[in-house]
Ligand binder design. Structure first.
Ligand SMILES: *[C@@H]1O[C@H](CO)[C@@H](O)[C@H](O)[C@H]1NC(C)=O
Ligand SMILES: *[C@@H]1O[C@H](CO)[C@@H](O)[C@H](O)[C@H]1NC(C)=O
Length: 116
């Protein structure tokens, strides 16, 4: 069985000169099987974002990789809690070298300590 991991290594070795290569995909799993797409150099910066949703006792995650205008990139992990039981944890990282958004970044850990 082939593992997708070598693709991650491969993509970070790719180098093209002028334009920027970013991985583009979205997934409900932390997979790195994303095609590379070419962006104009001034168009943006590579982005990788992960989100972990917790709704009551259920949780699921979402990952997106794309290219974003540098101005709209505000990297930083943050956590938002809606009402009592709904928590969204987000971690966003931007970078501007070819294939630099390969791989995965960690979803921020739940900071709430169960009281019990
Ligand atoms: C939060 O969870 C508790 C117990 O699971 C449930 O009774 C309550 O209705 C939930 N509240 C919201 C806002 O979902
Ligand atoms: C967010 O992702 C970065 C990698 O880009 C990682 O170093 C950092 O620990 C992550 N932050 C949290 C809170 O998990």
């Amino acid at each position: 069985m082939w593992e997708p991991l070598p693709l991650c290594l491969l993509s970070s070795l790719l180098a093209t000169g002028s334009a920027l290569l970013c991985e583009v995909c979205e997934s409900k799993e932390e997979s790195c099987f994303c095609p590379l797409q070419l962006f104009a150099p001034l168009e943006g910066t590579c982005l990788i974002g992960v989100a972990g949703f917790s709704v009551g006792a259920n949780s699921f995650s979402y990952m997106a990789k794309s290219c974003l205008a540098p101005k709209s990139c505000e990297p930083s992990p943050f956590t938002v809690t809606y009402q009592h039981n709904i928590t969204v944890r987000v971690n966003i990282t931007c970078c501007d070298t070819d294939g630099c958004n390969a791989g995965v970044i960690p979803v921020p850990a739940v900071s709430l300590v169960p009281s019990g």
